[in-house]
Design a protein around this ligand. Structure first.
Ligand code: NDP
Ligand SMILES: O=C(O)C1=N[C@H](C(=O)O)C[C@H](O)C1
Length: 249
């Protein structure tokens, strides 16, 4: 069985990964709060991650935490030579650069969304935006009220996909006198209740509206995808990998 360490083990996704681990074993977790164990999994401070990766003979790290915590653990992975799956979102340019540096030393797979449906959605969006060249585009995402980063990592990835096809300028919300420019895309983030994650792209023009959307119904979908990615990553060469590589395998 693949021996997994979970970064952010005390969080919502940390719990979902422990629950989803059937073909793999979560042997240790990292978190900053003063917790000894989660569901029988020992919890270690991220500052001690390198020692724990050795002590628990970890094959791969699965990370759902905060950017600074992910970067601390990525450095430990480099030190010990352990592959890492990064699910945390909200990295700035410097953080992304540090992850890229880590991927030169160990296999590192980063995805803003570990659901297979989002992979397909991104491909459909690419085709729709390429075909419906002059349709207006508006992007919406909705998440639970505890989410701290906005727009979601997935929405940012969808925007990247769109920008590969069309030169659009994101406008994050609108207020007051805000006439729409032809080359803009409105991006909207809603936060409410325990909504797991909804993303929708609307393409409108020529007296018709096309809506492409995805809704995650349980955090288990992300946990299962990340564990699939982890099993796939073990034994690979150092480098930067994406979830599409796993889905297409
Ligand atoms: N890629 C994907 O498919 C998905 C990505 N996500 C992303 O995963 C991340 C976590 O989401 P979620 O579980 O809902 O968030 P939570 O707030 O529930 O959990 C965050 C976890 O990070 C821990 N943490 C805080 N600081 C550090 C640190 N310095 N080092 C290590 N761990 C730390 C917290 O524990 P403590 O305070 O004890 O340290 C907590 O366990 C977010 O960025 C979210 O966007 C979420 C779902 C799917
Ligand atoms: O924080 C979440 O919950 C989620 N975060 C990811 C994101 O920012 O896109 C993925 C998913 O939508 C759930």
């Amino acid at each position: 069985m693949t021996r997994v360490a979970v970064n952010g083990v005390t969080g919502q996704m940390g719990g979902a990964v422990i629950e989803a681990a059937i073909d793999s074993e979560v042997v240790v977790g990292f978190a900053t709060s003063d917790t000894d164990a989660v569901d029988g999994v020992p919890v270690v401070h991220p500052a001690e991650a390198a020692a724990a990766l050795r002590e628990y003979d970890v094959d791969v790290v699965v990370d759902f935490a905060v950017p600074e915590g992910a970067l601390t653990v990525a450095e430990a992975c480099v030190e010990v030579g352990v592959p890492m799956v990064v699910g945390t979102t909200g990295f700035d340019e410097d953080g992304m650069g540090r992850l890229k540096d880590a991927s030169e030393e160990v296999p590192l797979l980063k995805a803003t969304n570990f659901s297979q449906g989002i992979q397909v959605l991104q491909r459909l969006i690419s085709e729709a935006v390429e075909t419906l060249k002059d349709y207006d585009l508006e992007l919406m995402e909705t998440h639970h009220n505890r989410k701290v980063d906005a727009p979601s990592g997935t929405a940012s990835s969808i925007l990247d996909v769109i920008q590969e096809e069309r030169d659009v300028e994101p406008v994050y919300g609108r207020e007051g006198h805000a006439p729409r420019e032809d080359d803009e895309i409105g991006v909207f983030a809603r936060r409410a209740g325990d909504i797991r994650g909804e993303h929708e792209l609307v393409l409108a023009g020529n007296d018709e509206v096309l809506s492409l959307s995805h809704r995650a119904e349980d955090r288990g979908v992300f946990a299962a995808g990340a564990l699939d990615a982890a099993a796939w990553l073990v034994g690979r060469d150092a480098g930067w990998y994406e979830f599409g590589d796993v889905v297409d395998a």
